[in-house]
Design a protein around this ligand. Structure first.
Ligand SMILES: *Cc1c(COP(=O)(O)O)cnc(C)c1O
Length: 419
C-alpha cells in the first residue's frame, strides 16, 4: 500500500529516468517512424506489438484504394493482373528485407499453424533413412508447435524427443547436440522464445541438426521484423512465421513459409489444392505440383490480409534490419533498467535472459499478482500482455514503440502493483 503523502506516480528517481527516456527518444534515428502508425499521438502505452502490431496510417488508404480500384474496379481481372502473383511477390520482398533469403524461396499463405504443418510434413517426406523416426522439439515452445508435432507423430507413427527448456531462457546448441543423432528426422524450434524472449543461436543449432543428419524447421514468429536473419547463410531448411506481430499485417494476416531452394525440386507438401498445382487454371485431372515455392500453396490466397504487411516491409527495407535490431536492443535494455529500478524492489523477477545478445524484442517479468495487475492496466490504456502462470510480457516493436511509451507503461505496472 502507498504511504500517506507519497506521490501517486513520481518518486525520487522518476525524474532522472523520465529524462533518460526523453534523451533516448531524442537520439533515436528511427523515432520518426512512430508517427506513421495510427494512435501513437495518444498517451496509451502499447507493449504488445509482439502479439499484434499497430496498424500503419497508410493502410487506411492502401486498403480503401484496393476496395475501390482493385476489387471494385478490376473485379475478377484482378487475379490475372496482380493478385495471383502477390504471395510470391510479397514473399520475395520479405525474404530480401527480413529473412536473408534469395528470391523464389518464400511465399505468403495460410496461418502459421497450417504452414508449420505443411513444412513439417514436407521435411519428414524429404527424410529417406527409415531409421530416422524422431522429431526433436522443446517443452517451452508455443502451444501450436507442440500440438502439431504431437498430431503429426500420431499420423506418421513417429516418436518425440523433448528438450527440457528453461522457461526463463531457451534451447542451447549444446542441448540440440545431445538430443539429436542417427534416429533424428527433424528438429523444430522457435528462434525467439514466445515466453522469455530468449534468442536461440540459429546458425549453431542449424549446424548441430545438420551434423546429426537431421533437417531443421524454424518458427520465426517472434523474430521476423525484430532481429536480423540470414536463413540462406545459415543453410536453414524450412521456416515459418507470423505477419501480424512485428510485420503489422493485422489480425489474422496470413503467414509466410520459407523453403530452401535445395529442397524445392523435391518438395512434397501434404495439402494438394488447385492453387499449388501446375497450370492451375487448366483444371486438369490429377495433382502435379507447380514448380518452385508456388507448389507450397493450397487454396485461394487471402489477398486482403496481405495489403497491410506491404507497408511495413517498405519501412523495413528503408530503415534496414540492422538499425531495427539496434533500437530493439536499446528498448529491451531500458526495460530492464526500469525493471531494476522499480519492479525488482517489489519482488518482481526477470524471466528473460540477462545477456542482451540472447534477447529478442520483449522481456517477461513475473509476479504472482500479475494476472489481476494486467487486467487493471488494460482498463487504463496500458497494454502489455499476460502469460500464464504469472508473467507480464513487455513487447517492444522497434518501429512504433517509443522510450517514453515504455517509461509510462512500466511506471503504471509499478503503481498498480503497489496498489
Ligand atoms: C504467435 C505464434 C504462433 C501463431 O500461430 P497462428 O497459426 O498464427 O495462430 C505460432 N508460433 C509461435 C512461436 C508464435 O509466437
Amino acid at each position: 500500500m502507498r504511504e500517506e503523502g507519497q506521490p501517486a506516480v513520481e518518486n525520487h528517481d522518476d525524474g532522472a529516468l523520465r529524462e533518460r527516456a526523453a534523451h533516448l527518444d531524442g537520439q533515436d534515428p528511427l523515432a520518426h517512424y512512430r508517427d506513421l502508425f495510427i494512435g501513437t499521438d495518444s498517451d496509451l502505452s502499447y507493449l504488445d506489438g509482439n502479439s499484434l502490431g499497430r496498424p500503419l496510417k497508410r493502410s487506411i488508404t492502401d486498403i480503401s484504394t484496393f476496395i475501390r480500384d482493385g476489387w471494385g474496379g478490376r473485379l475478377i481481372r484482378g487475379w490475372d493482373e496482380e493478385w495471383l502473383e502477390l504471395p510470391q511477390a510479397i514473399g520475395d520482398q520479405l525474404g530480401r528485407a527480413v529473412l536473408g533469403a534469395a528470391p523464389g524461396q518464400t511465399v505468403i499463405a495460410d496461418s502459421t499453424t497450417v504452414v508449420l504443418y505443411k513444412l513439417l510434413r514436407a521435411a519428414l517426406a524429404a527424410v529417406t533413412d527409415p531409421a530416422r523416426t524422431e522429431v526433436v522439439l522443446d517443452t517451452d515452445n508455443f502451444p501450436t508447435d507442440r500440438y502439431l508435432v504431437e498430431g503429426i507423430a500420431r499420423e506418421e507413427g513417429l516418436s518425440l524427443r523433448w528438450i527440457e527448456a528453461d522457461p526463463a531462457a531457451g534451447v542451447t546448441p549444446e542441448q540440440v547436440r545431445e538430443a539429436t543423432g542417427p534416429t533424428t528426422a527433424v528438429v523444430l524450434l522457435s528462434h525467439v522464445a514466445y515466453r522469455s524472449g530468449f534468442l536461440a543461436d540459429l546458425p549453431a543449432i542449424t549446424e548441430a541438426a545438420h551434423r546429426a543428419g537431421a533437417l531443421m524447421v524454424w518458427d520465426l514468429c517472434h523474430s521476423a521484423g525484430s532481429v536480423e536473419l540470414d536463413l540462406d547463410g545459415a543453410g536453414v531448411d524450412f521456416a515459418a512465421g507470423c505477419t501480424y506481430k512485428y510485420l503489422n499485417g493485422g489480425p489474422g494476416s496470413p503467414a509466410f513459409a520459407y523453403v530452401n531452394s535445395r529442397h524445392l525440386a523435391s518438395l512434397k507438401q501434404p495439402i494438394w489444392g488447385w492453387m499449388g498445382r501446375k497450370d492451375a487454371f487448366e483444371m486438369a485431372a490429377g495433382y502435379e505440383p507447380a514448380p518452385g515455392i508456388r507448389g507450397f500453396l493450397s487454396g485461394t490466397p487471402a489477398i486482403f490480409g496481405m495489403l497491410a504487411m506491404q507497408g511495413t516491409l517498405d519501412l523495413i527495407e528503408e530503415a534496414g534490419m540492422a538499425a531495427i535490431r539496434e533500437k530493439s536492443l536499446k528498448l529491451t535494455a531500458f526495460a530492464v533498467e526500469l525493471f531494476e529500478a522499480w519492479l525488482e524492489p517489489l519482488g518482481v523477477i526477470l524471466a528473460s535472459p540477462g545477456d542482451p545478445d540472447r534477447r529478442g524484442s520483449h522481456i517477461t517479468v513475473d509476479h504472482p499478482a500479475f494476472r489481476n495487475v494486467t487486467a487493471a492496466l488494460w482498463e487504463q490504456d496500458v497494454i502489455p500482455d499476460f502469460r500464464a502462470p504469472h508473467g507480464i510480457r513487455v513487447g517492444l516493436s522497434p518501429l512504433s514503440t517509443s522510450f517514453a511509451e515504455l517509461f509510462r507503461g512500466m511506471a503504471a505496472v509499478r503503481d498498480q502493483l503497489r496498489g
